[in-house]
Design a protein around this ligand. Structure first.
Ligand SMILES: NC(=O)c1ccc[n+]([C@@H]2O[C@H](COP(=O)([O-])OP(=O)(O)OC[C@H]3O[C@@H](n4cnc5c(N)ncnc54)[C@H](OP(=O)(O)O)[C@@H]3O)[C@@H](O)[C@H]2O)c1
Length: 287
């Protein structure tokens, strides 16, 4: 597996998104653990999660505990795996996603995530989503305190505009914004500007829902003929082509495709080795 970096830490060029294993439609725990183990077997060393990846009230941290359990039961070495979690979203259990970006909430959320992950320091902690009720600088100030106190090793943000990326850079201090995680896929390209901004700044960009999201990922080849054509030419899946296309956009890009089945992440991981020609990339850009 080819590697890339986040805040100076080397990780696989394709990560695993943990959300489908813990929200609505999730599989049983055995299949989830097999999925995470398959990712590790394939060389994946970045796993994305969040305290809010759960379904029912009272099970905050479901996905974090699942990942910790799968890492603990993996027979191989997992010391090089970076687990990236997030705080700032709350799921009351009625299907909704609410936000709390107050520094007080982030502090309490970090303490809960440390316990759920069973670690002393969180590898990468991302502020999940701006809270309209809290000035952005105030939320990022809370993140900086957690970084300064050593509760988190790296700090990242998610669902951020270029302006918010600049605010985070300024408040966290030079070189302390490790990553930006925004939605980006063949179906959703409006974060091209933030991706380009991250490439200029040398900040890692983690495209979320890179295959179009749970429930839509399987249709990528039918929805986008160009992705199917390139896939057929390379005898790979259209999903691999989508991931290789975003990897080619900039060296700072690390897609985090979700999976709830071993086959899905094994296929997606192979995108790290797929090289597309300039003509193919141009046709995908215009698809
Ligand atoms: N920061 C945020 O606000 C935010 C929001 C959403 C998501 N995320 C993160 O981003 C990750 C990825 O997004 P996502 O899970 O919403 O959507 P996604 O990655 O676009 O799609 C996930 C679905 O793709 C399927 N899939 C994966 N690889 C495949 C392949 N090679 N061929 C065919 N199907 C494949 C999986 O199916 P199976 O389930 O059948 O394996 C899975 O259900 C999440 O898991 C989460 O970690 C972050």
């Amino acid at each position: 597996m080819h590697n890339r970096t986040i805040g100076g830490i080397t990780v696989s060029a394709i990560g695993l998104g943990g959300m489908p294993m813990s929200i609505e439609g999730r599989p049983d725990e055995d299949r989830s653990v097999r999925t995470i183990h398959a990712a590790l077997d394939a060389g994946v060393t970045l796993i994305d999660t969040a305290d809010a990846y759960h379904m029912l009230a009272g099970e905050t941290g479901h996905n974090e505990r699942l990942i910790a359990k799968a890492l603990a039961s993996y027979p191989g070495d997992t010391s090089d795996v970076l687990v990236a979690t997030k705080g700032g979203h709350i799921r009351p259990g009625d299907g909704s996603w609410q936000v709390d970006g107050s520094p007080a909430h982030l502090r309490q959320a970090v303490e809960a995530s440390l316990k759920a992950l069973g670690v002393n320091v969180i590898g990468l902690y991302q502020f999940h989503r701006p809270d309209p009720k809290v000035p952005y600088a105030e939320s990022i100030g809370g993140l900086k305190e957690l970084l300064d106190e050593g509760k988190i090793r790296l700090a990242g943000i998610s669902n951020a505009t270029s302006e918010q990326i600049d605010i985070a850079q300024k408040i966290l201090g030079e070189g302390n914004l490790a990553s930006v995680q925004n939605q980006f896929s063949p179906a959703f390209r409006s974060s091209e500007d933030e991706l380009a901004h991250c490439a200029e700044l040398g900040v890692t960009f983690l495209p979320w829902s890179p295959l179009g999201g749970i429930g839509r990922a399987g249709e990528l080849g039918t929805a986008y003929e160009e992705f199917k054509q390139v896939a057929d030419a390379h005898q790979v899946s259209p999903q691999q082509v989508a991931l290789a296309w975003m990897l080619a956009k900039a060296p700072v890009v690390i897609p985090i495709p979700g999976a709830s089945r071993p086959e899905s992440i094994v296929d997606s991981a192979q995108a790290a080795e797929l090289t597309l020609s300039p003509a193919e990339l141009a046709s995908l850009d215009n698809a």
